[in-house]
Design a protein around this ligand. Sequence first.
Ligand code: ATP
Ligand code: MG
Ligand code: MG
Ligand code: MG
Length: 563
Amino acid sequence: MRQSRAFIPTMRDVPAEAEVASHRLLLRAGYIRQVASGVYTYLPLAWRVLKKAMAIIREEMDAAGGQEILMPALQPAELWQATGRWDDYGPLMMRLVDRHERPFALGPTHEEVITALVRDEVKSYRRLPLILYQIQTKFRDEYRPRFGLLRGREFIMKDAYSFDRDEAGLEASYRAMYRAYVRIFERMGLKFRAVEADAGAIGGSYNHEFMVLADVGEDTIAYCTACDYAANVERAEVPPPDPASAPDEPVRPLERARTPGIRTVAEQAAILGLPLEKIIKNVVYLADGAPVVVLVRGDHQVNEVKVKNFLGARFLEMADEATIRRLFGAGPGFVGPIGARDVRILADHAVRHLRNASTGANEDDWHYVGVNPGRDFQVEAYGDFRVAQEGDACPRCGAPLAFARGIEVGHVFKLGTKYSAALGAVYLDEDGRQREMLMGSYGIGVSRVIQAAVEQSHDEDGIIWPPALAPFDLHLLVVNAADADQLTVAEGLYDALTSGGLDVLYDDRPERAGVKFKDADLIGIPLQVIVGSGVKDGEIELKIRRTKEKRRVPLPEALETIR
Ligand code: ATP
Ligand code: MG
Ligand code: MG
Ligand code: MG
């Protein structure tokens, strides 16, 4: 690809909301452009990288016995109602209605669609096991889309689903997927760890997350300094209390009203001149980090400003974990540091109270009337759970735990019969008995993982792609395109390399040398082939992007050395 013709719009002034290096670099180097919050166009360079990632994933999925399909993004509500997730997914799901007023969602995941498919088509044990996968666009109306491709609202996911006859079969499928994931992330050149994880909204019993180690990661992982134990700190070491012991209060129908311009709690706090912690007593998250309920201190001042309309407000400031920790670490309602796990227990509980409410009021200007937090939304704290922290011992061998931040790039779940039971995915076994299929589900954030690779591998000058993901095999530069000798050598090399099967980005632009070198480092192709003034001595230069190490190579040896 000639760079003079290539659509690589580099950018000098990156928007301030690009907080992390990988996001800034993908914008600056002309890989992606934002269309809306959490929604991106992949430009030619990014699309090449994505195709590399997808090829690796496809090879390993196929090798593990997977068969590729493609399901629709548009999914009818009935399927989700059958599993109860139409309500449980809450505002994270992008919902729409068709012209006949029928409700649909843009799929955040595909357990329902695939379980219904396999239910209809597979009736006998002879057709099991079955592993199907797809690479597809997913939609999640994330409460806080951020960090570019790391948390988008539209993103590319590889999702695979296994169907087995029994527990042993599920174990075999799960292991095959787990091993495939290890190979995929190794081939991508990532530093990662597989950790035991919490199940979240997908449900199911047993699961692992694959974490790319990076300081900007939103997850914290605890790992043993002696044995191979590693877990997301969200996962409780102390068993959570039995949810059945929580009081099961009757659900009260809620009345919804609209008040244009209703303020957020933060705005109210600013008007009152009160710190947030004076106003807010408790926060409950839905499983994916979207705050649904904020319980407000029941003091006079607060009632006066009618913050009891809390359900209609948007609590942007409360979405971030550091703030929650700061505000609630030892505050009322919570004991010990708050982790996603205890939040989830609370959320489960709140969702029961909010069944009627969870999808309607969390919109701008909408709220519930006559709601008295603390009376209508009692949320208990469970005292004996805490997340792992510095100084804790490994639950397996007792050695000290260490901690690191990670970006979740993959997640493998044993679902058991959660979806097959809800949707009636049964088969007849050898003895003619009807049994529920055992399922697993296995996701990789394809768009997320390519940015995670950049987060892990860059320097102050730009991206340093792991070779397996690089958009081109090498970057050929002619230092002075006006110099006939340099141009002749560069053009000759370009032809020879491309016809030899290499993917070459060829900087043939009439730009200053400094601009070309800067752009090449920014774009981050691992090997640069530089044709400059050395040609008069019959030499070119090879530069390793990662180490910046340069080496002169006599022209006749150039092709051999590069290959
Ligand atoms: P997170 O904890 O980051 O919100 P998740 O646990 O909700 O992710 P899963 O339901 O496990 O995500 O989906 C499978 C994979 O899809 C994740 O491991 C992640 O790599 C990717 N993914 C999930 N949400 C997003 C998103 N908003 N943007 C990009 N990739 C995502
Ligand atoms: Mg999520
Ligand atoms: Mg997660
Ligand atoms: Mg996950």
